[in-house]
Design a protein around this ligand. Sequence first.
Ligand SMILES: Nc1ncnc2c1ncn2[C@@H]1O[C@H](COP(=O)(O)OP(=O)(O)OP(=O)(O)O)[C@@H](O)[C@H]1O
Ligand SMILES: N[C@@H](CCO)C(=O)O
Length: 317
Amino acid sequence: MIRVLVPATSANCSIGFDSLGMALEWRSVFTFEESEEFKVTGCDPEFANENNLVVQAFRLTAQTFGKKMPVFHMHTETDIPLARGLGSSSACVVGGIEAANAWFDLKLSKEEMLKLAIVLEGHPDNAAPALMGGMTACFKIPDSKKKPNQFKSENNTDRSQNAKPEEAKDEFIHSLMDIDGFIALAVIPDYEVSTPEARKALPEKVLLQEAAAQIGRALVFREAITAGNEKLLYTCCEDVFHEPYRQKLIKEYGELKSLADQYEIPFWISGSGSTMLYLSKSVEQLEKVKEELKNKFPNFGYRILKPARKGALVEYV
Ligand SMILES: Nc1ncnc2c1ncn2[C@@H]1O[C@H](COP(=O)(O)OP(=O)(O)OP(=O)(O)O)[C@@H](O)[C@H]1O
Ligand SMILES: N[C@@H](CCO)C(=O)O
């Protein structure tokens, strides 16, 4: 039996829209074993079929390397909530690819698996940390005319049917950052924000001046992470690419951001929302924020999470 443990992720990390992401020590577990009949268990009945995203990712990997799809029982154990900006979909994609890599003994590198994951995910900011752990910065070498997010389809449709294995040839450059010392508080609203919906809220263009300032903040952000400088990191967390446009989908954003400003702690919309994330070196500080928010938003979920040093782990059981 093959077991894959994939971390949750927080994409964008404020100023790194579609390029930065961090892995969180909150893992989805996918097990695969040979079976007489194809079976998917442990998930919502909506996903208990061949269109399950984990199965799609496994199939894409098999197709890409000319392997026959085996018959297996895939079991999912995850409590990462769907469509909340914690990388539930990339956990599935990475889980399927890692499992296929192990099943067929393909010996793929993390970089090769990332190319495959992006075929299904559309952008690398969740997939890269889910595979590699830590905080990752990623960009695509601009060699193609393909539109980003081409294969991001509606819920529970088969993304791998549209995805062409040759797309997995795109090259990505990535860089890993160590975020030990920081701890996250994920504030998880009691409602979903789907990624396709949140992408519709985005502008087509941004102003040159704003983009230039954001590049500056992103470069200093990296230094602040590396130096473990929380106050400097807070100063960098002022995104102009997506957060201003997605606030309307997350009505509590303003209030949570004000609290971050009051305590001067780094804060961002996690992925495409609805989760919002505080980052601090002090767990006491995060506990304080959590207690304040719990009084106001008792129906929300609150998780204090360590960054995941390691990305997806594979075990042969
Ligand atoms: N266990 C699962 N089995 C099958 N499909 C799943 C599972 N978990 C998530 N998905 C798929 O992923 C979709 C959610 O992806 P979406 O990109 O909207 O949100 P997210 O990955 O949770 O957040 P973000 O990408 O912003 O971090 C679900 O609607 C479903 O199609
Ligand atoms: N960078 C992506 C992450 C969600 O998958 C977005 O914000 O739309």
